[in-house]
Design a protein around this ligand. Structure first.
Ligand code: SF4
Length: 222
């Protein structure tokens, strides 16, 4: 039977530059497609530079790497459901690495089908004030209901346009599901962004927060 294959934009090893695992060595597997269209997106969706991999090709590519974590990123990795399901069921235990999912936190039905293979979930809440796309709090909550089975943290990219309603809804979700909330300023950081004020608005409503910028950009790493 033919193995599942898909286009992968790039595979590279670097440090994790975001969230609580910042500085840890990860292998990044970047897929090409996304279901959203955020204004600040820096992903190159031109798949001309992407290569086809079947699940065996990918496993071979990852096998000799001494990084202990594979980070599936994008785009939106949960759009690659059939590929990931087959890859993880065949190779997760053979590769003996942790699986870290970087996701926009919307495709909850797809998450439900592979949650058992995932170790860590970095779930974005995409705020309309930063993305220019409508807030998706309903989808985010459905996602969290499933994600809470595993280690999960929420990441919210924000800028000076963040609204009090967005802060209220984001902290309500984080509190309800008892989840660490990472506040990540949109890059480049505007001079007008009052980080102290925004941080304290969040902190008044929820204490389990961390303000962490994209560290790899400061270090000029991939
Ligand atoms: S969800 Fe991520 S990959 Fe998709 S458009 Fe937004 S920033 Fe880009």
């Amino acid at each position: 039977m033919q193995k599942q294959s898909t286009k992968i934009r790039e595979i590279f090893t670097s440090i994790q530059g975001e969230g609580p695992y910042v500085g840890q060595k990860h292998i990044f597997v970047r897929f090409c497609k996304c279901n959203l269209n955020c204004a600040y997106c820096d992903t190159d969706f031109n798949s001309q530079n992407a290569k086809d991999y079947n699940i065996d090709d990918l496993a071979l590519n990852l096998a000799d790497n001494d990084a202990e974590v594979i980070s599936f990123t994008g785009g939106e990795p949960l759009l690659e459901l059939d590929f990931l399901k087959e890859f993880l069921s065949e190779y997760k235990s053979k590769l003996n690495k942790k699986i870290y999912l970087e996701t926009n936190g919307t495709l909850y039905k797809n998450l439900a089908q592979i949650i058992d293979y995932i170790d860590i979930i970095s779930m974005d809440i995409k705020l309309e004030s930063a993305t220019g796309q409508k807030n998706l709090f309903f989808e985010n909550e459905e996602f969290l209901k499933i994600a809470q089975k595993k280690e999960t943290f929420i990441k919210a990219v924000f800028d000076e346009n963040i609204s009090d309603v967005e802060i209220e809804k984001t902290t309500t979700l984080a509190k309800k599901y008892n989840t660490l909330l990472i506040l990540q300023p949109k890059m480049p950081i505007n001079k007008g962004l009052d980080l102290d004020n925004i941080y304290n608005k969040f902190y008044k409503k929820y204490k389990n927060i961390r303000l962490i910028p994209q560290v790899h950009k400061y270090l000029n790493l991939a």
